[in-house]
Design a protein around this ligand. Structure first.
Ligand code: NAD
Ligand code: UDP
Length: 336
């Protein structure tokens, strides 16, 4: 199929491009490079051995989107393009509503105009908010605790209303849990700008000597070792989840929200231990106060993805850490 990836040079989009290209799909990418680098395109071409058409542009540019959809006879769009910092979304909510919500509306308008009605949307487990029960299933009440999460929920709702208004649409909202890891080549991975907010990229920068130590945000939660627990998922598993969702859109109409997680939570200390094994070095750490807005634990009920998409995460925590380390190690030695 001809697939457009918005935000396809980012962390999850680039890994998905590899999986889709290797399955024989024709992948086209649009990205405004606000959180990625064009060099990633070259690395994608090295990995896939294919030339991937790339447009540097913004999803809020309706004319550009229409042209791409038309020129490449796009059949399905996977919409990764978005901003993802919880802290920044609170400090600058309009930036987030404009990019994530208005950007999605412009994309949908372009798709509607060009008659492209298959869409896979990057949503997030953040839409659930404080757990009423765990694991979160897709029926769990939706009450995001921050602006970022609200942008994701708003887009999900817009898409649901759209599918009700026109039954030709096939829309899948994938609610990601905590993607980490990298492609086995070490050529692509997560490349945060500035000081990372998330645990894995922070650990990577400590190990590479850019940051002195890891701050462990709380060791007094009511969890197995006192630190926060999350459902980490290998980004290559996540990428394969998109390929499975793409196949699903071929025989599905309407709107579905589907969790992409493993169903198994790991603590901050679990992740540190696994990473220390990968990197064969210890990670200096300092226990700090809990981070405001953090939940003690959350993880996915992963049955719906298994039943509807015939997909489940296969790679374990050690493989996630080994691949993150391999990527970080290559980054440190060969600047990309
Ligand atoms: P990322 O920042 O690495 O990738 C997003 C890409 O979109 C970047 O390359 C950026 O340059 C591009 N982009 C942003 N706004 C754009 C715009 N207006 N027009 C064109 N391009 C634009 O992030 P990621 O981790 O790959 O996440 C992809 C999607 O998944 C995002 O929508 C994010 O909110 C969502 N998500 C991510 C996580 C996570 O932990 N990484 C978890 C849940 C959901
Ligand atoms: N965390 C931490 N130090 C960091 C970053 C994160 O201890 O520098 C903890 C955080 O409190 C949470 C877990 O690691 O328990 C995962 O945090 P992350 O920001 O990666 O994911 P999220 O909280 O958004 O699910």
């Amino acid at each position: 199929m001809n697939i457009l990836l918005t935000g396809g040079l980012g962390f999850i989009g680039s890994h998905t491009a590899v999986v889709l290209a290797s399955e024989g799909h024709s992948v086209v990418i649009v990205d405004n490079l606000c959180n990625s680098q064009q060099q990633t395109l070259g690395n994608l071409e090295l990995i896939t051995g294919k030339k991937l058409p790339f447009y540097e542009g913004d999803v809020r540019d309706v004319d550009l989107l229409k042209k791409i959809l038309r020129d490449h006879q796009i059949e399905c769009v996977i919409h990764f393009a978005g901003l993802k910092s919880v802290a920044e979304s609170g400090a600058d909510p309009l930036k987030y509503f404009d990019n994530n919500v208005s950007g999605s509306i412009v994309l949908i308008e372009a798709m509607q105009a060009e008659g492209v009605k298959k869409l896979i949307f990057s949503s997030s487990a953040t839409v659930y908010g404080v757990p009423q029960y765990l694991p979160y299933d897709e029926e769990h009440p939706l009450a995001p605790m921050n602006v970022y999460g609200r942008t994701k929920l708003q887009v999900e709702e817009i898409l649901q209303d759209l599918s009700k208004s026109d039954p030709d649409w096939s829309i899948v909202c994938l609610r990601y849990f905590n993607p980490i890891g990298a492609h086995e080549s070490g050529l692509i991975g997560e490349l945060p700008q500035g000081i990372p907010n998330n645990l894995m990229p922070y650990i990577c920068q400590v190990v590479s000597g850019k940051l002195p130590h890891l701050n462990v945000f709380g060791d007094d939660y009511d969890t197995k070792d006192g630190t926060g627990e999350r459902d980490y998922i290998h980004v290559m598993d996540l990428a394969e989840g998109h390929a499975a969702a793409l196949a699903f859109t071929n025989h599905h109409q309407g709107w579905e929200a589907i969790n992409l997680g493993t169903g198994f939570p790991y603590s901050v200390y679990d992740l540190i231990s696994a990473f220390e094994k990968s990197a064969k070095q210890s990670i200096p750490k300092v226990v700090k106060e809990r981070r405001s807005g953090d939940l003690p634990i959350y993880y996915a009920k992963a049955d719906k993805a298994k039943n509807l998409l015939n997909w489940q995460g296969k790679r374990d925590l050690q493989s996630m850490c080994d691949s993150s380390w391999n990527y970080q190690d290559q980054l440190t030695r060969v600047p990309k």
